[in-house]
Design a protein around this ligand. Structure first.
Ligand SMILES: [Zn+2]
Length: 212
């Protein structure tokens, strides 16, 4: 009597079951692709070098209210303005833009009214959950998001954009979601907290690979 309707209803039920099964598989795939990598432990620390040219000596310091592990770099000789900022290690640029605001500080007026945050900045993903950050650059970065960079490749130039009192490079190393003590050329910097003013002087070994 109702023979015309039953198969149609069964088809609809089967369609719903198939849709639910497809949805469940999609959720499992999403978990595998997104969640599992987040749970994996970080990889080994990459052999980071100072983010400044080979042979240059810079003072690395911090001060109360900076933030634990944050490092400010000032050259020990010559002007800071415009000095090359180099990648500490090979990786992929994930951010190249403006953090906070430039304030009145533009490439044409680098000493203008102070802005907020990091100003022109670059973030690099080195794989294994390791990242480095380079802040207060003078001008828009010389690299763009998604670009692969080699160790020693120039990212930008030292400036004072964002919330910065003087031209310098603010630099951080991150493991997972945490800032960690910066290491350079195989050794820890010793800059681990911002309770007191503290600085060390290091010479860059971010040198071109030897050609054979
Ligand atoms: Zn800083």
């Amino acid at each position: 009597m109702t023979t015309g309707q039953r198969p149609g209803r069964r088809d609809r039920r089967r369609a719903v079951r198939v849709a639910l099964a497809v949805g469940a598989v999609a959720v499992l795939v999403a978990v595998a692709v997104v969640v599992v990598p987040l749970l994996l432990p970080p990889g080994p620390r990459p052999p980071f070098q100072l983010p400044v040219p080979c042979g240059e000596t810079w003072r690395l310091g911090t001060y109360p209210g900076h933030d634990d592990y944050d490092v400010d770099l000032f050259p020990t000789a010559g002007e800071a303005w415009g000095r090359p900022v180099l990648a500490s290690h090979a990786g992929t640029v994930t951010v190249a833009g403006i953090n906070g605001s430039l304030g009145g500080r533009t490439p044409d007026n680098p000493k203008g009214p102070r802005g907020r945050g990091g100003g022109y900045w670059v973030k690099i993903d080195h794989g294994g959950k390791w990242e480095t950050q380079y802040l207060h650059l003078l001008e828009p970065p010389l690299v763009r998001a998604g670009q692969r960079v080699t160790r020693g490749e120039q990212l930008g130039r030292v400036g004072s954009t964002g919330n910065s009192g003087a031209p310098h490079l603010h630099y951080e190393q991150h493991r997972g979601w945490e800032k960690v003590e910066t290491w350079f050329d195989g050794s820890p910097s010793g800059i681990t907290q911002d309770d007191t003013e503290y600085s060390v002087t290091l010479t860059s070994n971010n040198c071109p690979a030897v050609q054979r």
